[in-house]
Each structure stands twice: as structure tokens, then as C-alpha cells.
Design a protein around this ligand. Structure first.
Ligand SMILES: *Cc1c(COP(=O)(O)O)cnc(C)c1O
Length: 430
């Protein structure tokens, strides 16, 4: 699809879309509009949570049927070879690679983001232990997604060689924390809570200039913002497929190991799938060449197969067109909320500068949880993150401009009429 760039909407989006009809007109001109047809979205729902669980590609239902009924049901164990089950982590990795600026043979779709991060960090620490053994800290931001910090901390304690995680509260002090002790700078490119985007190339350059390796988590970036891991010079990266990549609930994550680091990539989860010859059943472990060494054990085939349906959709467009629409949607949402809900105590958490923003927008409200529950009851699905933050994700593949308008109108109505329950009880997943 050749995407003509949509007309630019600046922070003064209201001038362009001051009415619902203006939003309909933007949809009519949207080069990505037809891709919405590729998703099954329930009627009466405005889904603004694709940053947490992407919507279902229509193709996923038939694919699930095929994997379960034919490949598993009829062909049974033969499918490891005949249906390509065994090669799937690498085949899907190659299909995902263009979205993140990776090359063929550098990405595997496997395991969870948490586990892949563990492997990448373990490998990075092992590389540093040979080059500069005095470096003992993994530097990250305190506001990083907790699992990233938990995994880094768990690894550091387990190794028991003086490694520790250094949490940086103030982002202005991040660069200074990459000092002579720093082995690895581990960052999430777009923050899950604030939607703030780091400058990957600049921070990676800074890490390298100061002797550290740079490991990036792309959970809220892959499929949301254009990425070029090679141009940025990143060392390792991991990310989710169930968020913007629409792979399905709990779908396997991905790990990127660039070719120039593959020979040195060693991690402790040396299961048989990371062996050079798994079916040789040999006594000693010998790591596979290439990205195969990033695997561990048997893959969840049914879930893995559905990841492909999400990736296919991206091949009908490009990340530049997706980014252009994403910025239009988030600009419009910010402008409309600030104009139409101005009487209410909403605070924008997400940066206004385009280059510092991902594809979701967060606002605080003193009753953020209750307001979000009221929105969900009215069919506007976002989510809530502590403290007091309402998150709204914008997925250009299926979110329309008119959805932005309608979502803001529901929000305004709830706030104007105070139709939210201040004592709403929390579900396990918020
Ligand atoms: C969503 C997310 C994860 C999820 O990790 P899982 O192991 O798949 O549960 C990890 N890190 C970040 C930054 C995330 O946003």
C-alpha cells in the first residue's frame, strides 16, 4: 500500500478537527482506514487499550482452527516438520525483523518478555565480565516496568558476584549514572505508564562511549513507533507481541541478538532448543549457531501460530504511515481533552513533543480508577495504572479519528455529571 501522508495535525489539532464531522472527514482521507476491516472489534466499543492487549486480527480465528483441527488434530506429531512448527520462532522472527530495524536471522519469537530480558541481561553481563570485570551495575530508571527491574534484580542476586541494579529516579541523571561501574544500561524505549519515549540512538551512543552495553525493551514500541536497532547501535532488545503487534493474549515475546553479538551470546537457560542439535540427544551442551541459541524449550505452538496473523497486517502498510497517524490521533486526543474537559482536574503525563511520545496518552485524575471504570462501562476501554493514571492507547491500524472524538465526549459527560463511583473496588487486572 502506498501511503500518502495524511495532513499534518499539530498541537493545534482543534483548528483541524473542531467538530465530530471534521473527525469523520479525517477518517475519510485516512490511508490506513481500510486496515480496520482486518480486525474483529465488538460493536459499541471504542478500544483504546491496544497497548496492553491488541485487538484480534480476523485471520486469527481461521488460523487457530487450522492449527488445532488440522495440524494438531489430523497430522499430529508430523506437524513439527510438515507444518513448520519447529522453525516457527525463527520464521516469525524474520517476519517481525523489518518492524524493528533488524536483519534476517537476528530475531526469535519465543518465551516471555521477562524471560527474554533475563537472557539478554545475562549475556550482556557475561560479555562485560570478560571485557571489563569491574563493571557491576545494571542501570535503569525507577519508573521502568516492574518486571524489568524484578528480573534484573533477580539475576544480579542469583549471580552473587557483586552485581546490583541501580535505579535512577530523575531522568536528567540517567546519563551520569552510566559511569565506570556500569555494565549495562537497560531501558524501556517507551515508558508503559507515561508514554515517554527515550532517544535510543543517543542513549546507546552514550552507553558505548562510557564502556557500557545497551539493552532495550520495546514492549510499548514495536508496532507503535518506527525503530531502527542497527542504526541506533543497540546491543540487545526484547519486546512483546501481544500489545501493538496484536499477537493474542499471552503470545510469545521476541528477542533480538544482532549478528555481530551472536557468537558471544551466552545465557544460562540452556535448554535443548538452544542446542546446536537438539535431537542428537548428546550429553554435553553445545549452543546453536545464530539466533537459535536464544531459545530454551518447546514453544507454545498454538499461541505462536497466531502471532503471524498480527504481523501480516503490518505488511500492508509501513511504520512511517503508522507513526504519522499515531501522532495525529494522540495530538487530537490531547487537544480535545484539554479543550472539552478543561473544567476538570486532569493532568497530562505524556510529553507533548512528538519525538518524546509513544502511541499512548496518560492523564492523571484524583479519581482515575473510578473514572476509568465508568468509561469502560460506557464502552470506552482504556486502563488504569498507579498512581492515579488513566491510560489511553491509540492503535493506528484500527482506531479512527471519530473514535477519539466520541471517547472524549464520553469522558466529558462522565466528568461533568460525576457519574463515577468513587468507591469502585479494584479488579485483579486494572
Ligand atoms: C508489557 C511489558 C512487559 C511484559 O512482560 P511479560 O513477561 O510478557 O509479562 C515487560 N516489560 C515491559 C516494559 C512491558 O511493557
Amino acid at each position: 500500500m502506498t501511503a500518502t501522508r495524511p495532513p499534518a495535525l499539530s498541537a493545534t489539532s482543534l483548528a483541524v478537527a473542531a467538530t465530530r464531522d471534521d473527525c469523520l472527514a479525517l477518517d475519510a482521507r485516512d490511508p490506513l482506514a481500510s486496515l480496520r476491516e482486518r480486525f474483529d472489534l465488538p460493536d459499541g466499543v471504542i478500544y483504546l487499550d491496544g497497548n496492553s492487549l491488541g485487538a484480534r486480527p480476523r485471520a486469527a480465528l481461521a488460523r487457530a482452527q487450522e492449527v488445532v483441527a488440522r495440524e494438531w488434530g489430523r497430522d499430529l506429531i508430523k506437524s513439527w516438520n510438515t507444518a513448520g512448527w519447529f522453525e516457527m520462532p525463527k520464521r516469525l522472527g524474520d517476519r517481525l525483523a523489518p518492524l524493528i530495524g533488524a536483519r534476517p536471522g537476528e530475531v526469535a519469537v519465543t518465551d516471555t518478555t521477562s524471560l527474554n530480558l533475563f537472557k539478554a541481561l545475562a549475556a550482556a553481563l557475561a560479555m562485560q565480565a570478560e571485557r571489563s570485570p569491574g563493571r557491576k551495575t545494571i542501570v535503569t530508571e525507577r519508573g521502568n516496568f516492574p518486571t524489568d527491574i524484578y528480573m534484573a534484580d533477580g539475576l544480579a542476586r542469583w549471580l552473587d558476584r557483586g552485581y546490583r541494579v541501580r535505579l535512577v529516579e530523575d531522568l536528567d541523571k540517567l546519563e551520569a549514572a552510566v559511569d565506570a561501574d556500569c555494565a549495562v544500561l537497560m531501558l524501556t524505549h517507551v515508558n508503559y505508564r507515561t508514554g515517554r519515549q527515550h532517544d535510543m540512538a543517543a542513549l546507546t551512543r552514550h552507553a558505548h562511549a562510557n564502556g557500557a552495553l545497551a539493552v532495550w525493551d520495546l514492549a510499548h514500541s514495536a508496532g507503535a513507533v518506527p525503530l531502527d536497532l542497527h542504526a541506533a547501535g543497540a546491543d540487545f532488545a526484547v519486546g512483546c507481541t501481544y500489545k501493538y503487534l496484536n499477537g493474542g493474549p499471552g503470545a510469545p515475546a521476541f528477542i533480538w541478538v544482532p549478528q555481530h553479538h551472536q557468537a558471544a551470546f551466552r545465557h544460562p537457560l540452556t535448554g535443548w532448543w538452544s542446542h546446536a542439535a537438539p535431537f542428537a540427544m548428546s550429553h554435553g551442551f553445545e549452543a546453536a549457531d545464530g539466533i537459535g541459541r536464544a531459545l530454551c524449550g518447546t514453544q507454545p505452538v498454538v499461541s505462536l501460530a497466531l502471532v503471524e496473523c498480527g504481523l501480516e497486517v503490518f505488511e500492508a502498510t509501513g511504520m512511517e504511515a503508522i507513526r504519522a497517524k499515531s501522532l495525529q490521533l494522540t495530538d487530537l486526543f490531547i487537544a480535545l481533552v484539554e479543550a472539552r474537559c478543561a473544567a476538570h482536574p486532569l493532568g497530562l503525563v505524556t510529553p507533548r513533543e512528538h519525538e518524546r511520545r509513544g502511541s499512548h496518552v496518560s492523564f492523571t485524575h484524583p479519581h482515575g480508577y473510578a473514572v476509568m471504570q465508568a468509561l469502560i462501562e460506557r464502552g470506552v476501554i482504556g486502563d488504569y495504572r498507579e498512581p492515579a493514571i488513566m491510560r489511553f492507547g491509540f492503535t493506528p491500524l484500527y482506531t479512527r479519528f471519530v473514535d477519539v472524538w466520541d471517547a472524549v465526549e464520553v469522558l466529558r459527560d462522565i466528568l461533568d455529571n460525576e457519574t463515577y463511583d468513587k468507591n469502585a473496588t479494584r479488579s485483579a487486572v486494572t
